[in-house]
Ligand binder design. Sequence first.
Ligand code: MTE
Ligand code: LUZ
Ligand code: MOS
Length: 752
Amino acid sequence: MKNIDSNSHVRGLSVYLDDIPLVYGTLFACVYDSPIAHGKLKSIDTNEAAASEGVVRVITAEDLIGENQIGGIVPDEPLLADGEVHFAGQPIAIVVAESEQLARKAAKKIKVEIEPLEVVTDPRVAAANERLIVPPKKFVLGDTESAFKNCEHIFEGRTEQNGQEHLYIETQGAYAVPTENGGLRIFSSTQGPTAVQRAVCRVTGLPMHKVEVDVQRLGGGFGGKEDQANAWAGICAVACQITMRPVKYALHRMEDMRMTGKRHPYSSDYKIGLDKNLKIVAYEASFYQNAGAACDLSPPVLERTLFHCTNSYYIPNVTATAYCCRTNLPPNTAFRGFGGPQGMFVIECAIAHAADKLGVSATEIQRRNLLVDGNEFPYGQLAESEAETSWAQADEKYDLTTLQREADEFNTTSKYFKKGVATMPVCFGISFTKTPMNQARSLVHVYTDGSVAVSTGAVEMGQGVNTKMAQVAAKMFGLEIGAVKVHTTNTLRIANTSPTAASAAADLNGKATQLACETIRDRLFEVAKDLVEAASVNDLSLQDGFVYRNGDKTSLGWQTLVMEAHLQRVNLSEHSHYATPGICFDWTTAKGHPFAYHVYGTAFVGVTVDCLRGRYEIEYVKCCHDFGSSMNTAVDLGQIEGGIVQGIGWVTMEEVVYDADGRLRSNALSTYKVPDIYSVPKEIAVEPLATDRSNLAIFNSKAVGEPPLMYGIGAYFAIRNAIKAFVDCTPPFDLPFTPEKVLMQLYGNAGQ
Ligand code: MTE
Ligand code: LUZ
Ligand code: MOS
């Protein structure tokens, strides 16, 4: 089934933040942000800006009525810099003016005096200086120390991974409108309406019931708006509160790139021990996470790195330690995979390292160590594994031996083009790792004309969650999808939402919607029972807009039934709550059962490297992916393709560059390359895993938003293998593997 938004998207009729009709008297905000990465803020001169044409007000930290704080986990993030600046791009002042242009023009006239302090951009330097945001986190399984003593082979190394710009098509932004008695209505491009509501309340001093947050849809979030939409909503809210006029701020692309955080770069150490049968016996890893200047979501991101540090493999002895390092970069944040890809990359490097040294293929080591049912993850949960089944089905379908042979044969005859193949298994846990976040609500109204309105806590950001919510209600009531309208995500209709994140929005909100529909349906069946003279409500069902009795269509239509129920004064609305059962996690022991289930899959990735130029093409990504039973294959295939391309972008071409002063050099689309239509794989093949296992997802589907991104990691290893076919070398484990770095490997080390 098509995405319900496809029609309005292609006609340009879908409404994003910037399309909301403006209320009369609306003002426009613009932020003046720190030009340097670390320093003492000696003075701010706003006089010239305040006197500038069209300027209504310039706001600095001292003007705030509420608390100057938006840090959710650790209170270390002022809305506006106060006393010190901690990263280049940190908001210092807000200019509010009659137009966007006038606000931006005036912001340039602000002068600040900042006494520079030492700038730290390297997480290892930060760790050495004890600049950790939270204490180190650790997972232990078995006993690595004694296990290493019995290993046949031990390899140690280091990996570097860079960040990634979210590059949602719609930049960050918010629009605050005053409501009566000092309340606020906030339109925000956020994945977390409640997070925005909390932040706005904090900086304005208002109670939550006076602040309404409304989200129509996002032009992409990818994690970048899980927490980092808060600042812009807070800025519009305080400006609205102070000027008592509506205030809007939609960031320009370069402002967004400069001021917001990205995927966390990591620097990591690993030590892997294998026995003579290539079984991984012991694994140690230390992860240095570059958190940036404030906590943001760094601790849970770091935790997920630990949760996924053994990827799809069973390793009986594991010690993994992770450090959350404070640097002078914009606070890094959630990004599709949420630290999982960073953890998985390191174990894949360790395996590649062992393979290099032992003269076997990494694929052989991977295959021999796949998780099987009952294996224990380092965090205590036992696997219900599809690692081997997805591998076997991928192999059956695509024939890895033949793919490898084709590449080898090509390489024997081709001098300057070399092909490489790599296998990338993925195992990703579904649920927020903070157990309390795994709850959702849904509000369903059936109107007397038979049409249905659904509101949930899920935010539509292109991933098709609204389509899935409409499908749930349509299926429960036996209606066409057109009979259901999914409304904006709004904190007045749905309170206390978890952000749309962790790939869990369809599961959690879908289940809540199912429960609400079930309740209404049961009430309707009580009414229908008499109308169609059924012996029991259990004989009734709803299909194609009619009531069925014992599987036979009756003459009682949906609309008639609904109206009849209303006349009998039966409640046609329901607000339901769902909480994932059976999950828990205890950080005092670092053990538990944090995930409702895991998503598994196996991908084969093939590339061709142009060994004269260092350029490469991704030929194919062929995967067997665990959808459960997909609710919507068109939407899910889109998620898989998009995820894979985004993953490939991260490991190959997307290069976030900060200079030693902490200033972003890759600050525009001319200096930051994202995958385009020419750089996507020539083929993405997706084979659904054949499985009839039950799970906790909605209608036995499975979450699909994040896991496929990690297939993209295979592109790095495939490129590495192609290079090794050209020149005998061991390329360092350093992401992204840009064409420049590839060229350096092909020639830079020649003769060494
Ligand atoms: N797909 C699109 N088109 N746009 C997005 O912003 N975000 C991804 C993924 N797919 C995203 C996307 C991320 S980071 C997550 S967590 C999931 O969608 C969230 O949605 P879900 O829980 O409904 O899968
Ligand atoms: N966000 C979050 C996430 O707050 N907790 C998580 O576990 C998570 N996982 C993936 C993506 N976002
Ligand atoms: Mo996705 S990183 O959970 O927003």
